[in-house]
Design a protein around this ligand. Structure first.
Ligand code: GMT
Length: 376
């Protein structure tokens, strides 16, 4: 198949999933065209992968650049000249409506381009619910040739927040387990935990929904019971405030902000525990990546997290906004070598359930069914 993929090319999980999916499809012989405003951070060179940049010109009349229109034109152009069979757009806003517009433009020329929309999270649970977006999102979901959601929880949220009549299929996020390191690197451990302290790690884009302040509160409580250090990977709007907060805390010397990393798993695999304190996560890809590294997870139970982090197996769950409960859970996992070994194995086993080899065929089947429906 010749497939066009649209996504946010940044460090966010939806861009990571879209890129890894495209790379895996290319590896299976499909021809993949990424159509994005910047080169996706995880994109690697491959003979079956092509990248088309969406360039929005800076015309002085526009206070707001019409990105969606430029994207639409690019989709039409690539679809026509590369002979795309299908488009797969990740994150509904504004990708699904741009795909619909491109489909209509092509239809006027007698060409058909079906599109699949994958819902990732805040396109439904936060931004999309805003009345200024809702009618467009509902419409473009209804008009998509197929809609997928990355968890059961997100599927239910979609029906709760939108007057949607169509079917939404759950295809979960995935990891290619064999590509993740799953043993600690002694040199890295020495660097970040020089006195063999327990290493706790958090990876996110530091937006308010992640409640990173709760990671700090949880860590301070944990450190009252065992020697530990905290690594914070990623960057975003909350980072500066949190860094300032840390500088005034007694744990300051035990906390390190590492910023954005292209391969965070290299550090995560040397840690003992992954902490995710989000208000809600449709899925929590960062937690799954930690599990693939053999790192147990303490997380909240918001959104789809209980589908990914199985309580008592891959880690432990606690209510949103309860760092004391999370610290208790962290202690339970880290307190004895037996408990840690059990959770570590549980994390590895759980990651296997979301292995690429199981999820990729589901997308391929979906594409085939969409194309077959078009040819009836
Ligand atoms: O919706 C967002 O916040 C952005 C999005 C992203 O691009 O990182 O994250 C969402 O999609 C990820 C990939 O499917 C999920 O793993 C995240 O849980 C989800 N974020 C939220 O639901 C907050």
């Amino acid at each position: 198949m010749r497939i066009g993929i649209v996504c946010y090319p940044t460090f966010g999980g939806s861009g990571v999933v879209a890129t890894e999916l495209g790379m895996a499809l290319a590896e299976k012989g499909h021809i993949i065209h990424f159509i994005t405003y910047d080169r996706p951070v995880r994109l690697r060179d491959h003979p079956n992968v092509f990248y088309h940049e969406v360039r929005v010109s800076d015309y002085p009349l526009f206070d707001y650049q019409p990105y969606e229109l430029v994207l639409t034109s690019k989709l039409v152009d690539v679809a026509k000249f590369e002979g795309l069979d299908l488009l797969h757009v990740h994150y509904a806003i504004p990708h699904a409506s741009a795909a619909w517009m491109a489909q209509r433009i092509l239809a006027a020329e007698g060409k058909h381009l079906p599109f699949v929309t994958t819902l990732h999270g805040t396109d439904i649970t936060l931004v999309g619910r805003d009345p200024s977006f809702e009618p467009v999102i509902t419409f473009s979901m209804e008009r998509s040739n197929a809609v997928t959601a990355v968890s059961e929880s997100l599927k239910q949220d979609t029906y709760t927040h939108f007057p949607l009549k169509r079917q939404v299929e759950v295809i979960p996020n995935f990891v290619c387990v064999k590509q993740y390191p799953n043993t600690p690197d002694p040199a890295l451990r020495k660097r970040y935990a020089p006195n063999d302290e327990k290493l706790v790690v958090h990876v996110s884009n530091f937006r308010p929904v992640k409640r990173v302040e709760d990671v700090l509160a949880m860590f301070n409580l944990l450190r009252e019971r065992i020697p530990a250090r905290l690594l914070l990977i990623g960057d975003g709007p909350e980072r500066q405030r949190l860094e300032t907060l840390c500088r005034h805390s007694s744990s300051c010397h035990a906390i390190q902000f590492l910023g954005k990393m292209t391969r965070p798993e290299e550090v995560v695999a040397s840690c003992d525990l992954f902490a995710l304190t989000s208000e809600s996560e449709s899925f929590g890809l960062a937690a799954l990546e930690a599990m693939a590294c053999g790192v147990p997870v303490v997380s909240t139970n918001g959104g789809g997290l209980p589908e990914v982090n199985i309580h008592g197996k891959s880690g432990l769950l606690s209510p949103v906004g309860d760092p004391a409960a999370m610290a208790e859970n962290a202690f339970e996992i880290l307190n004895t070598p037996d408990s840690f070994a059990r959770f570590r194995q549980g994390a590895l086993d759980q990651a296997q359930r979301f292995d690429l080899s199981l999820v990729l065929p589901r997308y391929e089947r979906l594409y085939e069914s969409v194309l077959a429906a078009e040819n009836v």
